[in-house]
Ligand binder design. Structure first.
Ligand SMILES: [Zn+2]
Length: 394
């Protein structure tokens, strides 16, 4: 496919340029590199077509973000890239119409030049960006700072719960962690958190739907990036009765394994839980999204009375999941813990975050990527959901 494409490029230069904006599925990144020049660090992406792009800067940490139409990633291997001002880069889907490149830079920078070069000799189309160091204040004038973007604080109206038993199936929202440009944790054998959380969510949905008692929705159906606050908003919009976020972690200590279940708390139960919440909350940062308004919103929510009932219900569900996992032969870590996860902040939807295990541990990685065991985890979640709702109706 790619060879044919290369062969055709010479003939189709003009046509390709015209159709680039249509996010043609054939458009692809076929190479990537960086180099230091006298006054700039140059980053180059080889492309199968000429494409449009849009650049912006982000602060804290310093990043250069470039949005393209959807591009296939056909770069062999996974090139690490640390050169001059560039510490590394990430590339992936940001939404259904956008592929995003994020360059991590180690100093405040400006974009000296950026352009698309036409093919020449053996070289295909190239996206080129030259970055040069600038003073902090100059960077900040250009960068889209969170403080400048922050709008008025949004007050969340708690939904009123019906006093009478509800009609129709309960709504369960499953939230596969990470996605698209944000792979989450990467395992020793290369498994990606974003892939296995989606697989396990799909297994849980299948088990839940088979009971005929639930309407099950996923915050993402494929490998696409979803902001943390959009995951919360999705659950509220669909009047979810329960929100279950699925994740996996990694630690430098390879011997650590097992699942833990977290619910929201302003104060983390321990340092490790706090560090984990900070890692998970970085998902938006990885994709180059700013965490606007979050602190004020949390403060508003936490004093709300509806919040307390929701927190109790979340805790109830958390204590039901763990024994189901244990019965299914899943190792447990530290049981039910608390931390400030951004994704658990709906004031009126009982929400838990399950860390299914550690991709740094070979046994956990094997289990979490095994189809049969994924099904077992899905069934455990379904059983916990069953006990939770049968407890509520008594
Ligand atoms: Zn995660």
């Amino acid at each position: 496919m790619y060879h044919r494409l290369r062969h055709l490029i010479g003939w189709m230069t003009i046509a390709a340029a015209l159709t680039a904006a249509d996010a043609d599925a054939a458009s692809a990144v076929v190479g990537v590199r960086a180099g230091e020049q006298a006054e700039a660090t140059r980053f180059v992406m080889d492309l199968s077509d000429s494409v449009d792009f849009e650049i912006f800067l982000l602060d804290n940490p310093y990043r250069v973000v470039v949005d393209f139409p959807v591009l296939d990633w056909r770069v062999p291997g996974t090139p690490g890239l640390k050169r001059g001002l560039i510490d590394g880069f990430r590339f992936g889907l940001f939404d259904q119409a956008t592929s995003r490149l994020v360059l991590d830079v180690n100093r405040p920078v400006e974009v000296r030049r950026s352009f698309i070069l036409p093919p020449s000799g053996a070289l295909p189309f190239r996206f080129v960006i030259d970055l040069a160091e600038v003073a902090q204040d100059r960077f900040q004038r250009v960068a889209a700072l969170p403080t400048q973007q922050a709008g008025p604080v949004q007050l969340i109206e708690p939904r009123t719960r019906p006093a009478t038993p509800r009609v129709g199936p309960r709504v369960i929202v499953l939230d596969p962690g990470h996605g698209g440009i944000d792979p989450g944790t990467i395992g020793r054998r290369g498994s990606q958190e974003k892939a296995l959380t989606l697989q396990i969510a799909s297994q849980a949905r299948e088990a839940l739907e088979a009971t005929g008692r639930y309407r099950v929705l996923l915050t993402r159906e494929d490998d696409v990036f979803v902001r943390l606050r959009d995951r919360v908003a999705f659950a509220r919009r669909h009047n979810a009765d329960l929100f279950i976020s699925l994740h996996a972690d990694a630690l430098s200590d390879r011997s650590v394994r097992g699942a833990s279940v977290y619910t929201l708390s302003e104060k983390a139960s321990d340092q490790e839980a706090d560090a984990l919440a900070q890692r998970e909350n970085k998902a938006d940062l990885i994709a180059g999204v700013d965490l606007e308004n979050e602190p004020s919103e949390i403060a508003t929510i936490l004093i709300d009375l509806a919040r307390r009932e929701t927190m109790n219900l979340s805790a109830t569900f958390a204590t039901l999941v763990l024994p189901e996992f244990e019965r299914a032969g899943k190792t447990l870590r530290k049981g039910h813990r608390f931390a400030g996860f951004a994704v658990l902040k709906a004031p009126d939807v009982p929400s838990v975050l399950i860390e299914l295990g550690y991709l740094s541990n070979p046994a956990d990685e094997r289990q979490l990527t095994d189809r049969t065991f994924q099904k077992v985890i899905g069934a455990s979640i379904q059983k916990a959901v069953d006990s939770y709702f049968s407890g509520l109706s008594q």
